[in-house]
Design a protein around this ligand. Sequence first.
Ligand SMILES: Cc1cc2nc3c(=O)[nH]c(=O)nc-3n(C[C@H](O)[C@H](O)[C@H](O)COP(=O)(O)OP(=O)(O)OC[C@H]3O[C@@H](n4cnc5c(N)ncnc54)[C@H](O)[C@@H]3O)c2cc1C
Length: 387
Amino acid sequence: MPQPNQVPPALTQLTEDEKMLREAAKDFAESQIRPRVQAMDEAAELDSELVTQFFDMGLMGIEIPETYRGAGGSFFMSIVAIEQISRVDASTGVFMDVQNTLVNNAFLNWASDDIRERYLPQLATEKVGAYCLSEAGSGSDAFALKTTASKEGGDYILNGSKMWITNAREADIFLVFATVDPGAGYKGITAFIVERDFEGFSVSKKENKLGIRASSTCEISLDNCRVPEENVLGEVGKGYKVAMDTLNEGRIGIGAQMVGIAQGAMDAALKYTQERKQFGKNIADFQGVRFQLAKMATNIETARLLVYNSARLKENGKSFLKEAAMAKYHASEVAENVSSLAIDLFGGYGYVKEYPVEKYYRDAKIGKIYEGTSNMQLNTISKLLLE
Ligand SMILES: Cc1cc2nc3c(=O)[nH]c(=O)nc-3n(C[C@H](O)[C@H](O)[C@H](O)COP(=O)(O)OP(=O)(O)OC[C@H]3O[C@@H](n4cnc5c(N)ncnc54)[C@H](O)[C@@H]3O)c2cc1C
């Protein structure tokens, strides 16, 4: 029999640091984000005061080492924080998710010392980042991108446009994927760090969306945009690896966002069903309703375990691609189903904006689309099963 201290901890057992961050993120979400959720959703805009608070709380640079003014935390800590923020509001959830799991991770894994010194302190303390891969004609087939980068002296000149870029309205630092050789296929793709005020760069149309409305999603134009060669992230021609590596990790973040949405809808349904009376009783006293609540909670737990397991595998340096794809695929199904059931349990009140659950349902839908659609997750899972 293994001794208790040799038994691996349960997936939901957190370290003291993880618990502390989870509680801090939860308190912040309840006290600062919750009162602003409806207004931000209606205005389709993040409250700028909140943006500053996210930096002040250390939530925008969780894994950035303290030497670069970050919080010096772990990937799992980012996941726990994204879940707690998304439990209250998925727009602010994806705001910090893109910064931590895509942009900061790309810098941490691929940047030279010079780039780390120039950009990591800014990303940890004041500057929002955005991740620019998709284009109008290339989504699932991301490496069919058309944006070009041609060398001119010590600079690259970028031309093209990007679509669907999260955080584009708030961001100052953009990670842009372009090809240095359109004939070379994915082997021409290179990652460039572009600053908002670089010549030839502009943020254009902002999308008017179904859900995560306060999160900005914009088009980006690169019109002879001049980028110094020192701003290539990783090697020229290795941008596809930067993109694949970051998206593999990023998917776990989206899984956490979806678990947060599902838990937020569940919490609202638990409270409401114990208050709403029909036939002289709380509706939570009806077995039909109790069983619905039990199934919702069970499904959320399965999604959370998949998300936590893939995050732990990644953190332990183990292979996690299949598990991350499963986590994102399943968590987005669960978020959609649980938030839909929450509307059912609220009856007519679930259908109106005065109550919180219709927003969870709208917000859940994006989980099946970004950072690889559900079909693309199934492609990855089946490929790894059958290889
Ligand atoms: C709100 C929002 C925020 C976003 N944020 C960002 C961001 O910050 N940065 C960024 O770079 N991108 C971002 N995206 C883009 C997002 O990643 C893409 O929309 C997504 O990858 C899907 O691409 P697509 O829209 O071109 O759909 P398509 O690729 O055209 O897919 C359409 C349908 O075809 C299916 N399909 C396609 N190929 C296959 C296949 N081989 N097998 C089976 N089915 C297939 C898909 O599953 C989907 O159902 C965002 C999108 C949205 C809506």
